[in-house]
Design a protein around this ligand. Sequence first.
Ligand SMILES: O=C(O)CCC(=O)C(=O)O
Ligand SMILES: [Fe+2]
Length: 276
Amino acid sequence: MEMVPLAPGCGVEVKGIGLADAEGGTLDAIKKAIYTHGVAVFRGQDAFTPQAHIAFAKRWGGIDINNYFPLTDDHPEIAVVRKRADQVTNIGGGWHTDHSYDQVPAMGSILVARPLPPSGGDTMWAHMGEAYDALPDELKDEIDGLEAFHTADHIYEEGGLYAKTDMGSDLRGQGLKTGATHPIVIRHPHTGRKLLYVNSAFTVNIVGKTRDESLELLQKLYAAATAADNTCRLEWEPGTVAIWDNRTTWHLAMNDYQGYAREMHRITLTGEPLAA
Ligand SMILES: O=C(O)CCC(=O)C(=O)O
Ligand SMILES: [Fe+2]
């Protein structure tokens, strides 16, 4: 197994392993790489069938069923992240981290490329440890000890952001209510590294402040989060698999392939409680 960074501050490509068979010490090394670098990319994983995808996720730990995305007909563990050729909006087209609206957010996801557009449709990640480290000391002091409130309701509810787009009819779970409070700076449950844990999709306000009072500080943090030095980018090919950590990273799915379909299979991995 060989690990090659995708960018100096974000992501790693893991070469020389077949994910379908990875277990034991190999799986431990993969986990460590993902917790540390935020996202790992594996090429040429043609043997990573839906059955292998599910079996690998079970070897990793628990599977969370996503409440909103459509599920595959044959495998309820696998959600479909799909944009049809006739749709204009995509899923995850703005910077975000998944599931921060849950009190115990999912660890991350295993995303497998299925039909891809002829070009475009890359995914980007940004490393929240790098983002935190680069903050000016005054800003680090200002956010020390603060917590923020997160919800997904404004996005997925009836009349919400997705419902207003051509993605709306594919979604499930529009009646759900979500809400969670997390420290603005968390420590990674495995590496102990300090990570910025607010995001522009699901974070609504800083605890004790209104949304309006929160925005100036939140926007400063968002700008710092996606500084070019923190980011990496993946060009998908058939057989590519990416596994990311929702605590260590944000991500964004590029929507630059209008008129073509793109479909990804996603399994969401169970996480653990977060603490400062
Ligand atoms: O389609 C992608 O590249 C990622 C979409 C996304 O945000 C997700 O699956 O959580
Ligand atoms: Fe996402």
